[in-house]
Structure formats: C-alpha cells, structure tokens
Design a protein around this ligand. Structure first.
Ligand SMILES: [Zn+2]
Length: 212
C-alpha cells in the first residue's frame, strides 16, 4: 500500500507480481507493465508475467471499507489453496458444499457453473454438508478447481446463451461442460441421467451415481 496525498494505492501482487527499483535509462523489460517515475531519475517498476496482479486507488477515508471487501478467499489457481486450508474452512459448516464453494471468502472466483463442474470432477454430491467433507475430498476439490479454472481461463471462460456479454465477448469453455445445464442428459462417466436441483437458490446439476 502506497500513501499518495488523499489516496492509498493498493497493490495486490497475486501470484507473480514483483517490484523492481531501476534507473530510468535502463531498458524496459517485457513484463514491466507499470512504471512509477521519480524526480531523482529512479523508476519503481511493476512486473507481472501472468498479469494476475491488481492495483486500486482508494480514498484514505474509505480504506477500511475497501479492506473488508478485499478480505476474500484464495483463488483456485493460487498455490496457497491447500487441502488443509479447505478442510479447516469446511469442517464446522452445516451447509451444502455447493453453497460453500460459492462463498467468496473461502475460494474466490468460483462461480455457479464451475462449482458444479468441480464437484462432478471431484465426485462429491453438491448437497453434502461441509462438516462431512473429508481431507481426501478437500484434496479433490482443490485439484479439480485448479484444473477447471486453468482450462476455463485458457478458453476465455464460459458463455451460455443467456449470459452473452453485451460486448460480444464469448468464451469457449462451454464445450467442455460435463454436468452444468445437462439436465436429462446422460452422465459422461456412467450414463446415469443428470439431475437438476436448487441448492441455496442456485441451479445445480450433478450425477446422483458418481457424486456421493
Ligand atoms: Zn455418473
């Protein structure tokens, strides 16, 4: 966090962000995306190979509000997401795992579509309570989340017709969906008919045989 007059510049490095102090005349490296130039000829350069980092300018009297919003869980692609972390977060919760995966203070950035896909891949029933999720199942949730989100990023996300962005930006991950929106179709693993149910008010799709 940098103090700049009436503002704080909040910088989240996420996975790969780094700061370098260099002389102004030094050549700009490929991944140096933001450069702060100081009057004494020194640069503070922000480099980020994967561009997951974030910067926000926040008014000083709103910083507490900002920090409470920023108190979010770990992203699926972050190596800090471990089975121990998940087990600790889930072990006391008498709430369906589907709802817990949508809780942004536990895992950040897993939406309704991907939560269904993660639970299918992990072989866990979406209605199972957090308190009943084993460490082994936490490992499977962690692995599936990382794999699915990595692939979704690669394919530009998921576009289901009703969600099409007004900018016309469309992703291609929908071609890889296994259960979400597949009600009445056969499970790709076992052939059982995919069920749809509301869990915590959200449409949830799963295979009753593969997901126990
Ligand atoms: Zn199945």
């Amino acid at each position: 966090m940098f103090s700049i007059g009436d503002y704080y510049l909040c910088s989240h490095l996420r996975m790969e962000g780094k700061y370098f102090v260099k002389k102004h005349e030094e050549p700009i490296e490929k991944h140096e995306h933001i450069i702060f130039e100081f009057v004494d000829g020194i640069d503070l350069r922000y480099a980020d190979v994967r561009k997951f980092g974030r910067m926000c300018l926040v008014e000083k009297d709103k910083i507490e509000e900002y920090e409470s919003v920023a108190k979010q869980g770990i992203e699926p692609i972050d190596d800090k997401l471990s089975k121990e972390y998940l087990y600790d977060k889930l072990k006391t919760k008498k709430i369906p795992i589907k709802s817990l995966l949508l809780d942004q203070t536990i895992i950040a950035g897993l939406g309704n579509i991907y939560a269904d896909e993660v639970l299918f891949k992990a072989g866990i029933n979406p209605l199972k309570f957090g308190i009943n999720i084993s460490k082994d199942e936490c490992q499977r949730i962690k692995d599936s989340s990382k794999e699915i989100i990595t692939k979704a990023i690669k394919y530009g996300g998921t576009t289901i017709r009703s969600y099409t962005s007004s900018l016309g930006v469309t992703g291609n991950y929908q071609d890889f969906l296994q259960v979400h929106t597949k009600e009445g179709e056969k499970c790709p693993k076992c052939g059982t008919i995919i069920q749809k149910e509301k869990v915590g008010g959200r449409s949830t799709y799963y295979c009753p045989k593969c997901q126990v």
